[in-house]
Structures are given as C-alpha cells and as structure tokens.
Design a protein around this ligand. Sequence first.
Ligand code: PGA
Length: 222
Amino acid sequence: MKPLVIAGNWKSNKTTAEALRWLQDFKSHIVSIPKYITVVLCVPFTLLYTLKEAIQSDGFPLVLGAQNLSPFADGAQTGEESARMVHDLADWVIIGHSERRKNFGETDGILRKKVEQAKSAGLKIIYCVPNDSTGIPNDVDVVAYEPVWAIGTGESDIPENANSVMTNIKAKSQVPTVIYGGSVTAANVASFVSQPAIDGVLPGGESLDPEKFAALLIHAYG
Ligand code: PGA
C-alpha cells in the first residue's frame, strides 16, 4: 500500500459545538485509520484548540492543519496568526488555496513569505496550485493540484488527466507527494488514488459531513 495523505478542508465552516459533534459522529463511523494513511483535518483557527484537546484526550489518529497563516513573524500585525502561533496548535498548514488567491489577493510573493514563515516554525506545508505551470516554492511538503473549475462544483477532473498534470508537477518541483483536490467524494476517491502519481486527496465539501468523510477514507483503502 502506498502512503496516502487525505486532507479534509473545512474552509470557513463550523462552530465549536458543531466541530465536537462532527468528531463524535466521525468516530462512530470509522473504527480505525490504517497506518499508511495520514488524515489531516484543516479547520478554522477558532477550532484548533478545542479539536487538539479532544483528539489528544482520546488518542484518535487525526492530525490538525490550519488553512492560512500570516506572511509575517510575531509582532504588530493586527488580526494575523503567525506561524509560531499556528504551530502551537497545528502540525500542517494549507498555503495558496485558490480561494485565497482569488478572494484575498494572495500573490506568489505573499505565498512565498508564508511558506518561509511556515517552514521556519516547523509546520508541514500543503501548497495548492491550479495547474502544472504555477510556480512552487522550495521547502513545500505536499503539493495539491486543484483545478479551479472542479472546486465545489461536483465536476471532478478525469483521474488520468489529473495523473498526467501531477506527473509534470512532481518532475518540475521535486516534491514527492502530490494530492488531488476538486469535488472528491467516496464514490470517486479510489479512481484518483489508484493513479501512480496521485498520493492522496484534498476534499472540501465532502469533509464537512462526518459520515461522508469516513466513507471517503474507507473507499480510499480500496
Ligand atoms: P471541494 O473543495 O472538495 O468542495 O471541491 C476542495 C478544495 O477546495 O480544497
């Protein structure tokens, strides 16, 4: 079995009570997670502390990720969470998601600074790109190929096409782990992770429902 990274992206969703209920429900739908799958739950900053405590207290093998961080170090940056603060609560961080590029004006220059900050704090980085021609900074741990037209639309890429784009990304970036995102579901996850260049998936909508996310993990096992 090849190692897989399956990263759920909750985006801007869920209160604390809803997140705790999700965790309870999720655990009722999945008995254990195989060692070769790293499950990263990428949640809003407001949920990291509560989920960290809950996961630690029951020893369930979920890893926490943030969805953003400041391009600056600690200091006078009102409203920002520095990499050091994020790493206090999370092990991973998503950088460069297309929603942040589009809705928050994040440029390659800003994203490079975020990668530098994340790396210096010891965070593992999932760096999102919409195609194989977008630049990828050094020091990224995982690249997520996410065609913009496939995000949240129910229209996923053709697995063979994703595989060929991701083969190019691997060759150009030298990053060994590349995952696919864009309308991944329990029904199509196996068709992606069975491709040779695809090392996991980044589901958004499907990760919000604990039963669907558990089913996605079970179907990824094959
Ligand atoms: P989606 O989102 O699974 O809802 O398409 C994926 C993402 O944006 O990371």
